[in-house]
Design a protein around this ligand. Structure first.
Ligand SMILES: [Zn+2]
Length: 343
């Protein structure tokens, strides 16, 4: 079967779910349309920004006059640490309290930057902060999962352009990492090998979906990608979490993030919106040898800076569907320059 032409389903080995691929619907998947938008140069400091150094936040707290990275507990966090864990059952209705901490991670004091515009040495500082938070938050008895993520761009619901991400740390394992944990455990127990290490070996042989690689990391469009230009960064070594990265590997990881986000910006010559997140082993005190950490990017844009993919209709009621294949997306991403279009 020629996967590039016929409708088919693809299996996501990490979640155990299927997606529908309909490549026959894209006669010309790549039209090279760029927006030529007027680049509004952001200033390096905005007195109204609640993330800029020294500014007062909505809740009244004042940011430190930080010079590199900065993290603080979200003034309006979705989960809170106080209270005790209780479960309530009423017939078929079940609920339980969720404990946790939400933090905001400022990537840089410079209001005008984004990850692709930051220096590799400065992205390394973000990675070091992620590692520190993973260790510190994970050490809490009540915290068993650390979700590191970034929402970038207004289309993703992020209204503040100041470069920042978030961490939600909580007592239960949420749905996406829970599914991935199960699939990885099944494979690891059967094969004695990390699922993603085996997958990586197959992808490196096939060379069809690789976007970028360096000594320690590979960035690729996963075979089961749902979002048009979805990618993931996988460490070559079987590491359960980012805390295991050496100094050299931190730099390699930063390079992979910079290259990938630069290619994204170059795709439509806009500051490319996405949700990016790291999935890694739970912090419940167990070893979790099955886990192989990875960072995924889910960008919503399809054919241009203004054509967004919606997860509606069939996708809400059945399962995700895509037109452009993972191979077509990878080919386009691979060909894009690693030099940012803004120079
Ligand atoms: Zn700012």
């Amino acid at each position: 079967m020629e996967l590039g032409e016929r409708p088919h389903r693809r299996f996501n080995i990490l979640t155990g779910e299927w997606i529908l691929v309909s490549p026959h619907r894209t006669k010309r998947p790549w039209q090279g349309k760029t927006e030529n938008e007027t680049i509004l140069k952001q200033s390096t400091y905005d007195e109204k920004c609640y993330l800029c150094p020294g500014n007062t936040r909505a809740g009244g707290a004042i940011n430190e006059t930080y010079t590199d990275t900065y993290s603080f507990v979200n003034d309006f966090g979705a989960i809170l640490m106080d209270g005790t864990k209780t479960t309530q059952k009423n017939g078929l209705l079940m609920s339980e309290t969720e404990l946790g901490i939400c933090k905001v991670i400022c990537f840089s004091p410079n209001h005008s930057l984004t990850l692709p515009l930051m220096k590799v040495t400065d992205i390394v500082k973000v990675i070091k902060l992620w590692k520190k938070e993973y260790a510190e938050l994970g050490a809490f008895e009540e915290i068993n999962h650390i979700q590191i993520f970034e929402n970038k761009g207004e289309v993703m619901g992020c209204s503040n352009p100041h470069p920042h991400g978030q961490i939600w740390a909580q007592s239960t394992i949420p749905e996406e990492p829970r599914k991935k944990g199960i699939q990885q455990k099944i494979y690891f127990e059967e094969q004695g090998l990390s699922l993603l290490q085996a997958y990586l070996a197959q992808e490196l042989k096939a060379k069809e979906r690789i976007v970028y690689e360096n000594d320690d990391f590979v960035a690729l469009v996963p075979f089961w990608a749902t979002w048009p230009y979805e990618t993931m960064i996988i460490p070559r070594k079987h590491y359960q979490h980012i805390g295991q990265l050496s100094k050299v590997e931190e730099t390699s990881f930063a390079e992979a993030i910079k290259v990938l986000t630069t290619k994204y910006d170059n795709l439509f010559e806009v500051s490319f919106p996405y949700s990016a997140g790291i999935h890694q082993s739970p912090t419940d005190g167990l070893e979790h040898k099955e886990w192989h950490f990875h960072m995924s990017f889910y960008p919503p844009l399809l054919r241009s800076a203004t054509v967004k993919k919606f997860m509606v209709g069939y996708e809400m009621f059945a399962n995700p569907q895509r037109d452009i294949t993972a191979e077509q997306a990878a080919k386009i991403m691979k060909a894009l320059s690693t030099k940012h279009y803004l120079g």
